[in-house]
Design a protein around this ligand. Structure first.
Ligand code: MRU
Length: 354
């Protein structure tokens, strides 16, 4: 279900989602920039589908959305006839597991849902009522949202200190307000630096196949009058060679203990090009994106997405029949290609001791 934003959400704010008493409103990121429209999500299953189809996307944002999905599950099951506490908890945990599997690479999704599962288990062990469990789940999900927003602002401040005057900042995919609770990680660095230096410029790579750079990063920057130049992905190394890029800052979907970083497919290529041209390459991410269980990038699961993302553009097929496809959605940049990782706790450099 979709409806106009006018009567339901505050205007002039880039916010990917809102928790309402009867639903979660998601800013439909598949419709941007053509249309600003919100989709009403009322069940855990609808939320899982919204995450899979990228109505909501970006690692921290899908963490918060997953947490909200568990809240929707609670609301749904609370009023079912003949509900018992034991059954309620079982249904919640089952929905939580399904939600956490919606997309495999961004660890924030599992991280947020595990946090709620631990809470559910603790409340169930204390024999709390389903009403109390739901109430506390709503509060915890909202805390996850608020913490993420605060982390993004801190990342922005920490990262802004690394941005020289009048910098030309190249970024990839969308690690902005749309990909988080708000403000963004990589774009949080841009926003924070722009507050004191309005002469900076952003270079957004279009980011095939889903065009998050062209559709979302450009849109976010235009909303706030931050100068943005859009390039196609294959132009980035040439701009670096020409001396048109001062630094690169990207987001992350999962960072292994050694600093190897999974991010949108194509990030690795950018890191290699940046190294070749001696350009600082920064990753900006909240600590919820660090997965200490994973020693290095080889263990990060990489999502492979549907073929049509490659062959369909604007309702047209761009290649002949008989072609095969391979569509990995993320790649892993080795830690040694990353100049520093900017989190809410500070700026970390190789070798990483978090
Ligand atoms: O497939 P997406 O659009 O969810 O991929 C998003 C990215 O790769 C982002 O760079 C990452 O999640 C960080 S968002 C702050």
């Amino acid at each position: 279900m979709s409806f106009s934003s006018a009567e339901t959400v505050p205007q002039g704010v880039v916010q990917a989602m809102f928790l309402h008493p009867d639903a979660v409103l998601l800013l439909d990121q598949t419709a941007l920039p053509r249309e600003v429209r919100y989709t009403k999500i009322t069940t855990a299953d609808e939320m899982r589908h919204a995450i899979q189809t990228m109505i909501v996307r970006g690692a921290p944002a899908i963490g918060v959305a997953g947490a909200y999905g568990v809240v929707l599950s609670g609301r749904q099951h609370l009023s079912e006839p003949g509900q018992t506490c034991e059954k309620f908890v079982q249904l919640l945990l089952a929905d939580a597991d399904l939600l956490s599997q919606a997309r495999p690479t961004a660890v924030n999704l599992q991280w947020a849902i595990d946090r709620l599962k631990t809470l559910i288990q603790r409340l169930a062990d204390a024999s709390e009522t389903p009403q109390t469990i739901l109430q506390k789940l709503e509060a915890e999900a909202q805390t996850i949202y608020e913490e993420d927003l605060a982390m993004c602002h801190a990342i922005g401040q920490n990262g802004a200190a690394l941005v020289p005057k009048s910098a030309r900042i190249l970024t990839y995919c969308n690690a902005g307000a749309l990909a988080t609770a708000g403000y963004g990680t990589a774009l949080g660095v841009v926003r924070s630096a722009f507050e004191t230096d309005p002469t900076l410029q952003v270079i957004a790579c279009e980011t095939r196949p889903r065009l998050q750079g062209a559709r979302l990063t450009s849109w976010e920057m235009v909303q706030e009058n931050i100068p943005v130049t859009l390039i196609t992905d294959n132009m980035s190394a040439w701009l670096m060679k020409q001396g048109r890029v001062d630094l690169v800052v990207v987001g992350a979907d999962r960072i292994a203990a050694n600093g190897d970083t999974a991010n949108k497919i194509g990030t690795y290529l950018l890191a290699i090009a940046a190294k070749r041209h001696n350009i600082p390459f920064y990753v900006a991410a909240p600590s919820s994106t660090i997965d200490p269980q994973i020693a290095n990038g080889d263990e990060i699961p990489i999502e492979v997405r549907p073929d049509e993302e490659i062959y369909w553009i604007h309702d047209e097929t761009i290649c002949p029949e008989g072609v095969s496809f391979y569509n990995p959605a993320f790649d892993v940049t080795p830690a040694e290609l990353i100049t520093a990782i900017i989190t809410e706790k500070g700026v970390f450099r190789f070798p990483y001791h978090w």
